[in-house]
Design a protein. Structure first.
Length: 210
């Protein structure tokens, strides 16, 4: 890492600490570039670079003639930005699909022992909701399973991957898959979850939700 990069990252960290110390909230105004440079004892060019990075990530917004303000952080915006750089390779997209499927399989397994009649009813309602499209149904279905898995970290990693997937194509499975998974829960056939996932075919925006 170059000395310039180290200075830039240091200023970025100091601005974050300043925001915390001043208890600034979304909508609050930040000091000017010159005032921040004086307060942090940093070069104006480094402060300018740090602010540009924060604006690019959607952390702050500049209003002409008014100044710079903290904005509400939207994770999806950051995901979309990063994905434009790292998801260009076809192999990377394939790896994402596979990793996401593995997480969904593990969530389905973890949720198995925690499923009750009410949970099965809820999953059935999601599958037959006439308002939901195929991708919304997929997200709602697995979000429910991740909640039942009671593994917050696993759920957050999956959510991040789901958001990445949206920047390529919306990803879901054949409707038969969801029906069969609910049936496995109902009949207590844990050992068939793995084969079910291995046999499914990925559907995307170019295919119909069967």
């Amino acid at each position: 890492m170059s000395s310039k990069q180290k200075v830039y990252q240091g200023v970025l960290q100091e601005i974050r600490q300043y925001i915390d110390q001043q208890h600034l909230m979304p909508g609050d105004k930040l000091p000017s570039e010159r005032e921040l440079a004086d307060t942090l004892q940093a070069g104006r060019s480094s402060v300018r670079e740090a602010l540009r990075a924060m604006e690019l990530l959607g952390l702050i917004e500049t209003k002409r003639g008014e100044g710079t303000f903290l904005s509400t952080y939207r994770p999806y915006q950051t995901v979309e930005l990063l994905s434009s750089f790292i998801l260009k390779e076809a192999r990377t997209r394939e790896d994402l699909y596979l990793a996401k499927k593995i997480l969904e399989k593990e969530a389905a397994k973890l949720a198995f022992s925690r499923m009750n009649v009410q949970d099965l009813d809820k999953l059935e309602q999601l599958l037959h909701d006439p308002v939901m499209g195929p991708n919304d149904r997929h997200v709602a279905f697995f979000k429910y399973l991740f909640t039942k898995s009671e593994n917050l970290l696993l759920a957050r990693v999956w959510q991040l991957m789901e958001e990445f997937s949206h920047t390529i194509n919306k990803l879901y499975y054949s409707k038969v898959f969801y029906i069969e998974l609910v049936e496995l829960y109902s009949t207590k056939n844990y050992e068939l979850i793995e084969p079910l996932f291995e046999s499914l075919a990925v559907q995307d925006d170019d295919n119909q939700f069967e």
